[in-house]
Design a protein around this ligand. Structure first.
Ligand SMILES: [Zn+2]
Length: 291
């Protein structure tokens, strides 16, 4: 091969290399542009029920309560949590269909281990005043949220902080749902094994998830939301089986195999499934975050 030919070959190879490099860069830029970040959500990591929602499970231990999945008892509890998530998410998908909306959930940490983490926290998980910050920082540091959102093409993500409590625990299951100027976008459900001595059923899981989409409790007064005693009485009378009012069956007992409560039109409005029903105006309630 003479020098001219060799030079031509080198130039040709360099040219191909540059083209391939440019194509890779363009594809990466396109991917980044298409990628949805959770910061795009205006109202925290769970926006509205419609779309795809990831349920991320954090099995949280502290000084008082720990998880040990080498023990059968803890493994059984974890399996029942998974079962409750299955029933709760199936229920939410079925209820969404009544409003002609699709709601899909990714929750099964036995199928994808990237959907769960075990962690020992320094804070007292029973004391509900200070653990939001600890959990937020943990999520920010240890969980690649945007990568999960991206790989499942999800719209929302909810974090379940699961605490292996017993009857001695005084804390009650609750949700850190979105508020204005929240320092991190992550919405978290603190799920204790038992509340008031009863193991939490799937309806409680669904109720808490609905908070993250914008629903509020119907069973107690709340001056911030303009929920007066009169409003509560009205809701008890006219929406007695709405899941934001009660998580029990009509006989007052919990059911562990099915959810028998309903998502009425007012709850549907607050989680972005339908337009404003008249009752919201009649009760002078604040507008939904999904206007
Ligand atoms: Zn609630």
């Amino acid at each position: 091969m003479n020098k001219k030919k060799q030079n031509k070959k080198i130039i040709g190879k360099t040219f191909v290399f540059i083209i391939v490099f440019i194509l890779i860069v363009i594809t990466r830029i396109e991917n980044t542009n298409n990628r949805k970040n959770i910061e795009d959500n205006k109202h925290g990591s769970a926006e509205r029920l419609e779309g795809t929602t990831i349920i991320y499970s954090i099995f949280a231990s502290d000084n008082n309560y720990t998880w040990n999945f080498k023990k059968k008892e803890d493994l059984d509890t974890r399996n029942s949590i998974r079962n409750n998530l299955r029933i709760a998410t199936n229920y939410l998908s079925t209820e969404a269909k009544k409003y002609n909306k699709e709601a899909k959930f990714i929750y099964d940490f036995t199928k994808d281990e990237n959907l769960m983490k075990e962690e020992e926290f320094k804070c007292d998980l029973e004391n509900q005043t200070d653990h939001d910050n600890t959990i937020w920082k943990f999520i920010e540091k240890k969980i690649d949220v945007n990568n999960l959102i991206d790989s499942y093409k999800a719209d929302n993500i909810i974090f379940f902080v699961l605490i292996n409590t017993d009857e001695k625990c005084k804390a009650i299951t609750c949700t850190r749902d979105w508020y204005n100027e929240m320092p991190y976008p992550y919405e978290m459900v603190y799920l204790y094994n038992l509340d008031y001595g009863f193991i939490n059923p799937p309806s409680v899981y669904a109720h808490e998830m609905l908070h993250t989409f914008g629903a509020f409790d119907y069973y107690e007064e709340n001056s911030d939301l303009n929920v007066t005693k009169k409003t509560v009485n009205y809701l008890k009378k006219h929406m007695p089986n709405d899941i934001m009012l009660t998580c029990s069956d009509t006989d007052g007992k919990y059911r562990y195999d099915v959810i028998t409560n309903e998502i009425g039109e007012m709850t549907a409005y607050y989680i972005g499934l339908q337009s404003k029903p008249n009752v919201v105006k009649e009760l002078n309630l604040i507008p939904s975050q999904h206007k």
